[in-house]
Design a protein around this ligand. Sequence first.
Ligand code: IMP
Ligand code: MG
Length: 183
Amino acid sequence: MENKIHLHDKTFKLFIPNEDIEKAIDAVAERLNRDYADATDDNPVVMICTLNGAVIFAAELLKRVQFPMVLKACKLSSYEGICSTGVIKTEVPLPEHLEGKRVLIVEDIVDTGGTIVAMAEQLKARKVQDARICTLLLKKDVYKKDVKLDYVAMEIPNRFIVGFGLDYDELGRNTKDIYVLDD
Ligand code: IMP
Ligand code: MG
């Protein structure tokens, strides 16, 4: 476990060790296993991994959930560097054929909530049976939107973090621990 990492022009220090992340994911997966225990092969849960940040979280969930499910992906983006631009770009749209499905959005982090609100709006038009949101991290002092976050693995203060899938200008996704900007 490195105590500090350097990415581009910035230094980050260890913030959440992998074992704490794994414990939080265990707890969320247990809830998902309870809440989706009645899913069937005919109507599996459609888990939508939001690229790229949520890939590791989604993979960790996949190792733990036991109900019938299919994996899809989409990509919306709002961040450049260490700030949200507030403008949401759709790079990979939501999957097709979501009508009547139970959809579970898997996000890496909810910050201002702009991304999740845009996603909820896109889902509204799709006549899904049920849509829920599962996020690894929530900056709870920043998030002021009304969209319900059904599953939150960990709450963090308003700091810029990297690792476990999250990036600073595309670097830093490939660590087991989460690091915070050292300022
Ligand atoms: P929001 O739209 O402001 O909620 O931002 C959500 C997206 O911004 C996340 O899916 C991340 O891709 C990115 N993001 C927000 N906070 C951080 C952070 O602290 N580190 C890295 N990426 C972040
Ligand atoms: Mg993201």
